[in-house]
Design a protein around this ligand. Structure first.
Ligand code: PRP
Ligand code: URA
Length: 217
């Protein structure tokens, strides 16, 4: 589904997480017949795989523990992790991050697209202080026009975040291009790059309105 034009995105750090289990979950997420309760489980499952990939370069620090047999050196996570789900749909990814990084702090960004113009509006934010020394993971499953992701990453930068990793489940080429133009050093992890946006700025083939499918609205 990747278009040749995507080569122009080469400067931005985009990781497409290629894995049979990711494909298998995407197949069911895309299926319009998948009910809300199953959709939620699938969103959680694919998010676990994305989080595992996106945390690959987190720093570790040596420590010592006593096993039942002897003393040994172990390595523990040495990063302060902050997860920021974008309301509402990003909430479907939060439990996966907290399952893998239970000590993570959590901030929230409330963004909503205008149904007519697809322009994002920021309506809420509450994030932990001192983001400069944190590894920030922005959770938003759909990257369509890229307006919401750009607004969230710029907002987090204003609040001090130095490096933000965006975890999305489905991204559109148009949204990645928009994000690259606005935030050239953004880092994106996604399960799929789809074909294009439709006239209403929904991702094709996509999976519909993620928030509505997640919450049954
Ligand atoms: C969806 C999605 C993203 C945004 C992506 O949220 O969760 O935040 O659209 O679109 P964009 O790339 O064109 O900005 P929506 O505004 O529908 O709000 P919701 O999560 O509350 O349903
Ligand atoms: N938001 C969604 O939930 N789905 C899309 O396809 C685009 C924006």
């Amino acid at each position: 589904m990747i278009r040749p034009g995507l080569a122009t995105l080469s400067l931005m750090d985009v990781h497409v997480v290629r894995h049979p289990l990711v494909e298998n979950v995407l197949a069911a997420l895309r299926d319009r017949r998948t009910p809300c309760d199953v959709f939620r489980q699938l969103a959680h499952r694919v998010s676990l795989l994305l989080v595992a990939e996106a945390t690959r370069d987190l720093p570790l620090a040596d420590a010592t523990v006593e096993t039942p047999l002897e003393t040994t050196t172990v390595r523990r996570l040495a990063a302060r992790v902050v997860a920021v789900p974008v309301l509402r749909a990003g909430l479907g990814m939060l439990d996966a991050l907290l399952e893998l990084v239970p000590q993570a702090q959590v901030g929230y960004f409330g963004l909503e697209r205008d149904e007519r113009t697809a322009a994002a509006r920021r309506y809420y934010e509450k994030v932990p202080k001192d983001l400069a020394d944190a590894s920030v993971f922005l959770l938003d499953p759909m990257l369509a026009t890229g307006g919401s992701a750009t607004m969230a990453i710029e907002g987090l930068a204003e609040l001090g975040a130095r490096r933000v990793r965006l975890l999305s489940i489905v991204a559109a080429p148009e949204g990645l291009a928009h994000l690259k133009a606005a935030v050239p050093d953004a880092t994106v992890y996604t399960a799929a790059i789809d074909r294009e946006l439709n006239a209403r700025k929904f991702i094709l083939p996509g999976l519909g309105d993620f928030g509505d499918r997640l919450f049954g609205t």
